[in-house]
Design a protein around this ligand. Structure first.
Ligand code: PEP
Ligand code: MN
Length: 338
């Protein structure tokens, strides 16, 4: 249930309502908006509806939440969440671009990509050090050495780093190096991992599972948020459909739909969605037009030699062209390049 406090409620009234709810065995999450305070109340629904919450001083109304996720819901927080990562704002009016190779392969490859994507206007560098590969015989990533290279590259270029964490026991290590922890599509249902990243203070980029419904995806965000970490960024990366010509199908309607259901920022990943570098520019335009708060794009200095995801990786020049086009389109669509 959501308890909407009246705009004129005093701090004392708010405190007593929270205490009252605690005394009745409920967990309370507080969302302080510009106009009013909203309380997200978690606990047994049946008991809550029998209690006279609306009779408490300072309460304007109660709203039942019909979906299981609450903290991720727009009902809990009306205003868009804006997450500041090292001075770059994600969400709200801002449009951000995360770019870099699928995997960190070596120092030269990473540094060259980072310099070029930065020059083209990217805000963050991506690169996997722990790679969730379909085959156990494929390149699994440089692991801690890859994390060190990411940190070195950040020191050199100033770009914040987005990198994947695949297992709960890796979280502490990856969090020492990453500015944003990525949860990959294959791990969206890994609830122990979601809880573990929820216990860190790092922003989390949560990719949609390729067979996950929107409801399941938002509940995955809820797992992170209910541990106290509200800095969740959603990323639509394509879902598996019957169409074999693209690696996945970008669910473009998920973008405006999720932005209506949730206050969290929503990015799109046209690289994994299509599996084809030629589709990255048109899908980037589509995602922006649909209201995405940014993009995650794979870039490699020489895609023909990439250890993973070469066919969907842009060469730095093509990435620069996409960025130049986005810079023109972003203001037309009512956003600002972060
Ligand atoms: C990735 O970003 O490199 C990746 C593995 O993506 P996904 O989890 O969306 O497949
Ligand atoms: Mn990849």
């Amino acid at each position: 249930m959501i308890v909407v406090m009246s705009p004129s409620a005093s701090e004392g009234e708010i405190k007593s309502v929270i205490e009252w709810l605690h005394e009745h065995g409920f967990e309370v999450h507080i969302s302080r908006g510009k106009v009013r305070i909203i309380l997200g109340v978690i606990g047994d629904k049946e008991t809550l509806f029998d209690l006279p919450v609306e009779a408490l001083e300072g309460v304007e109304k109660t709203v039942p939440v019909t979906h299981a996720y609450k903290l991720a819901s727009r009902l809990f927080k009306e205003e868009a969440t804006v997450i500041d990562v090292g001075g770059v704002k994600i969400g709200g009016q801002n449009f951000v671009v995360i770019a870099g190779p699928c995997a960190v392969e070596n120092r030269e490859q990473l540094l060259e990509t980072a310099r070029k994507v930065k020059e083209a206007g990217a805000h963050f560098l991506r690169g996997g050090a722990f790679k969730p590969r379909t085959s156990p015989y494929s390149f699994q990533g440089l692991q801690e050495e890859g994390l060190k290279l990411l940190a070195e590259t950040r020191a050199e270029t100033g770009l914040g780093v987005v990198t994947e964490v695949m297992a709960p026991q890796q979280t502490e290590l990856v969090a020492q190096y990453a500015d944003i922890l990525q949860i990959g599509a294959r791990n969206m249902h890994n609830f122990d991992l979601l809880r573990e990243v929820g216990r860190t203070k790092k922003p989390v980029l949560l990719k949609r599972g390729f067979a996950a419904t929107i409801d399941e995806w938002l509940n995955a965000a809820e797992y992170i948020m209910c541990e106290g970490n509200y800095k969740v960024i959603l990323c639509e990366r394509g879902i598996r459909t019957y169409e074999p010509m693209t690696r996945n199908t970008l669910d473009i309607s998920a973008i405006p739909l999720v932005k209506g259901l949730s206050h969290l920022p929503v990015l799109a990943d046209p690289s994994h969605a299509s599996g084809k570098w030629k589709l990255v520019a048109p899908l980037s335009r589509a995602a922006l037009a649909a209201g995405a708060d940014g993009l995650m794009i794979e870039v490699h200095p020489d895609p023909s030699r990439a250890f993973s995801d070469g066919p969907q990786s842009l060469k730095p020049d093509n990435f620069a062209t996409v960025m130049a086009e986005l810079r023109q389109l972003v203001p037309i669509l009512g956003k600002e390049m972060a």
